[in-house]
Design a protein around this ligand. Structure first.
Ligand code: GRF
Length: 218
């Protein structure tokens, strides 16, 4: 039996990355089990999927808390109650306080739809198209105080094609996200991705050299 880390996935909406992580965790040799899906929105579409899959879910509605601190304290308490060891943000649209980020330092990861450090923040696909970049992509990283910053675990490159719209590009990047995030969580949960001097070191060098081009270049 391999040791599986107890993971909470934090979502705010669709939850397609959460589904990808849940799918990966169905493999008994995957080193993470999804022990909790937590949403700040009761209407998050991903919640229904998690419930139907038999995963424990929680809603902690940020609007019911007067401050960011009290909201984060409630989330932290729920995570500890569920004996969570790792947190995966997956389209969670709240900025966490520094205290919360510090409490989960090197135990909280995120997926972002760009090749960081380019295009932090929102509307990444629109901005990439406006700049005329030819390669776009996605990044999984450890969470730090600054939004969409922190040691990079893995990245996937996605070509920008002639005639792309924000919708077509975002759909192509999302497919890469669904491959990349389970890969990144696997590296972290198995202990093979470690932070040294604010850089991620991957223990197995074959795993480190896995920049994906999706779809493969012809
Ligand atoms: C994804 O593009 C993710 O990279 C970003 O928010 C989006 C969430 O999509 N952080 P989903 O809820 O996982 O489908």
């Amino acid at each position: 039996m391999i040791e599986r880390k107890r993971v909470a996935i934090l979502i705010s909406g669709r939850g397609s990355n959460m589904k990808a992580l849940v799918g990966a965790s169905k493999n008994p040799i995957y080193p993470a089990e999804i022990a909790l899906v937590l949403s700040n929105r009761v209407s998050a579409a991903g919640l229904a999927f998690a419930e139907a899959t038999g995963i424990q879910t929680s809603v902690i509605d940020h609007k019911k808390y007067g401050t960011r601190e009290s909201f984060d304290t409630a989330i932290d308490a729920r995570l500890r109650e569920a004996k969570i060891e790792l947190v995966a943000l997956a389209g969670f649209m709240r900025i966490m306080t520094a205290g919360f980020v510090d409490a989960w330092r090197d135990r909280m990861i995120n997926i972002h739809p760009s090749l960081l450090p380019s295009y932090k923040g929102l509307h990444t696909h629109e901005r990439a198209l406006a700049d005329g970049v030819k390669i776009h992509g996605c990044t999984s990283h450890f969470v730090r105080h600054d939004v969409d910053a922190g040691p990079i675990i893995a990245q996937a490159a996605v070509p920008v094609l002639e005639g792309d719209t924000p919708e077509t590009l975002s759909a192509r990047v999302l497919l890469a996200e669904h491959q990349l995030y389970p890969h990144a969580l696997r590296l972290v949960a198995s202990g093979r991705a470690r932070v040294e001097n604010e850089r991620v070191v991957i223990a197995d060098s074959r795993e480190a050299t896995a920049p994906l081009i999706n779809p493969p270049l012809r």
